[in-house]
Design a protein around this ligand. Structure first.
Ligand SMILES: NC(=O)c1ccc[n+]([C@@H]2O[C@H](COP(=O)([O-])OP(=O)(O)OC[C@H]3O[C@@H](n4cnc5c(N)ncnc54)[C@H](O)[C@@H]3O)[C@@H](O)[C@H]2O)c1
Length: 276
């Protein structure tokens, strides 16, 4: 339907079953894309094993996606490392023959504390994964797309936190605002190559990351998680928080030929909660 059959897509940070990345790949694979599941694979000093896409979880997602009849690769990648990113792009092109769509989804959003208590190391981790990782992956994907001469799509998973400030999430909010700036600048540079660059800005989705944020904010406000969620539903015009399929649908549209004249945008997927 969307003209995506036979395209090749990478989504970073897509190794968690309940995460937005896996949902994005499910949707792109259902549209006929060959896809690359990519995530850290092994825990990091600041990222616990329960918070990252581990190797066995990546393999399980890949097996599920192969059931949709498309080709699927699993390529571990730490988006903070340029060598790791070059390996991700290089292997994708070598083994799947092309690269049409890059989704920059890898993110860290659960270092929740007042900024005056955050360490430089924590601040740097969030900026490195969310913003520098987006730069590195975009750089190497765009170099390939430019030399292949067939255009392309780069889609950056930003956040409502790219438009609005949130207490105790200063590094995250700063990195997501930065992703929108990078989206706008890179869209200008790549327009002549037929490569569009857009950001998607979801509001709350109860993934692993989202659940941690709920627990934290409910505690800070002296609410139960249920009371916190009820208040959230009340302020969202469409009456519910996001689900992973909402973000995945926006990504599929932006990846499609129907979105060929849209670039440099930061598109809200927030049930009306975010309006600018
Ligand atoms: N859940 C929400 O409410 C929400 C809302 C708006 C935006 N987002 C954004 O959506 C994206 C996905 O988040 P999610 O909610 O699915 O959470 P998630 O924690 O399930 O996904 C984030 C993924 O990024 C991976 N990652 C972390 N560091 C990495 C690194 N150095 N290299 C490669 N991968 C790395 C993690 O392993 C994990 O799989 C993030 O960028 C997040 O900021 C989430």
């Amino acid at each position: 339907m969307l003209g995506l059959k036979g395209k090749v897509a990478i989504c970073t940070g897509s190794g968690r079953k309940l995460g937005l990345g896996a949902a994005i790949l499910r949707r792109l694979a259902a549209e006929g894309c060959d896809v690359v599941v990519s995530d850290l694979g092994t825990p990091d000093r600041l990222l616990a094993s329960g918070d990252i896409g581990a190797s066995d979880e990546m393999e399980a997602i890949a097996a599920e996606l192969r059931g949709l009849g498309v080709r699927v690769l699993v390529i571990p990648c730490d988006v903070r490392s340029e060598a790791s990113v070059q390996n991700l792009i290089g292997r994708t092109v070598a083994e799947l023959g092309r690269l049409d769509i890059l989704v920059n989804n890898a993110g860290v959003g659960y270092l929740l504390k007042p900024f005056i208590d955050a360490t430089l190391e924590e601040w740097q981790l969030v900026l490195d994964v969310n913003l520098t990782g987006t730069f590195l992956c975009s750089k190497h994907a765009a170099r390939h797309m430019r030399s292949a001469g067939q255009g392309g799509r780069i889609i950056n998973i930003a956040s409502q936190a790219a438009k609005t400030g949130f207490a105790h999430l200063a590094a995250y909010v700063s990195s997501k605002h930065g992703m929108v700036g990078f989206t706008r600048s890179s869209a200008i540079e790549l327009g002549g190559d037929g490569i569009t660059v857009n950001a998607v800005c979801p509001n709350h989705v109860t993934t692993g990351l989202g659940a941690k944020q709920n627990e934290y904010y409910a505690k800070v406000r002296g609410q139960t998680p249920e009371q916190f969620m009820a208040a959230m539903r009340q302020r969202i015009p469409l009456g519910r928080p996001g689900v992973p399929g909402d973000t995945a649908a926006a990504v599929a549209f932006l990846a499609s030929d129907d979105a060929r004249y849209i670039t440099g945008e930061a598109m809200n997927v927030s049930g009306g909660e975010e309006t600018h």
